[in-house]
Write a protein that binds this ligand. Sequence first.
Ligand code: 13P
Ligand code: SF4
Length: 353
Amino acid sequence: MFGFSKQAVELETGRLFELLSRVGWTVQECAEIAPTTLRIKELAAQQNAVILGHSYQTPEILFGVADYRGDSLGLSRIARDVDADTIVFCGVSFMGETAKILSPNKRVLLPNPDAGCSLSESITGADVRRLRQQHPDATFVCYVNTSAEVKAECDVCCTSANSLAIVEAAPTDHVVFLPDKYMAQNLAKLTTKRITGYDGHCIVHEAFTADQVIKWKRRVPGLKVLVHTESPLEVVVHADLAGGTGDMVNYIRASTDTNFMLVTECGLAGRMKVDFPDKRFVGTCAICPHMKRVDLHRVLQVLEDPRPDQIVEIDATTQQKALRSIERMFDWTERKLDPTRPHSNPGEVTGAP
Ligand code: 13P
Ligand code: SF4
């Protein structure tokens, strides 16, 4: 298929098998996708395109074709700084939008523009304008999991990696944190600032329970439980680390422990099994249906012949206003971030293996 030599396909099969066998793939399964991953990389090279994969993507995306894998903040930095004409964002729509806001002159492609996010869909720009009238004294901080329109109405943006640093850097004592209810509650426990939340939820993280964590802690002695801060407080209190996906990767990388439970989307455990084959990942995780809307065939198609709805476009006024929010995120905290501090770090990104 695609005219690659037998030797090239065998080499690619071997490369894939070395990585994907760590999550149960057979040689035959790797051989089946090898021509597709080769063709995707060939098209990306021809178009000077870089492929970004959020840690919740499938192992075949993260280790088959992505040039970088990481959290939403780390990938935003790459989208801003990388020398490329095109960015293919394997993630959900707000991530592609963020990349376009940061790099309006690059072509940003979404393999599946229907990959939404329950948080981002929970609030509109009109909601923010209404809230501003109710809280004129507050700094409005919006989580990166929001539309460009919402970012444009807020003062500053943040991600799970730097949320605490941003709240602490806000010039007012009162902060309206949008839209994740649980992240706002979790932040309120860490800061002396007065936090007003909103009623947005992540459909994946809101479903975790304290009972799941307690059972696994009993079952596996020495288990380290890492919980995403989009989860309810009753789960977070049992965590050895509460943070974003990048905080979890940094913790695992630095840890001498063996057994981990990642209370987050299942893609992260898949990625960690490949990145850290000597560590063990057990317990409960949950699938984000939006993240799993991206697959290799869509990545191939978007590079071969993108449909108009797969090319991210944002009107110039919204782009400029949203950019101000994202630039403030970088400006307010850049010198205060520390890769070892949850909620106060520069994000995590790792290049292709
Ligand atoms: P991170 O910012 O931790 O990468 O997470 C993004 C996300 O969608 C979490 O559900
Ligand atoms: Fe959105 Fe939750 Fe999916 Fe992350 S895991 S993209 S917050 S729905």
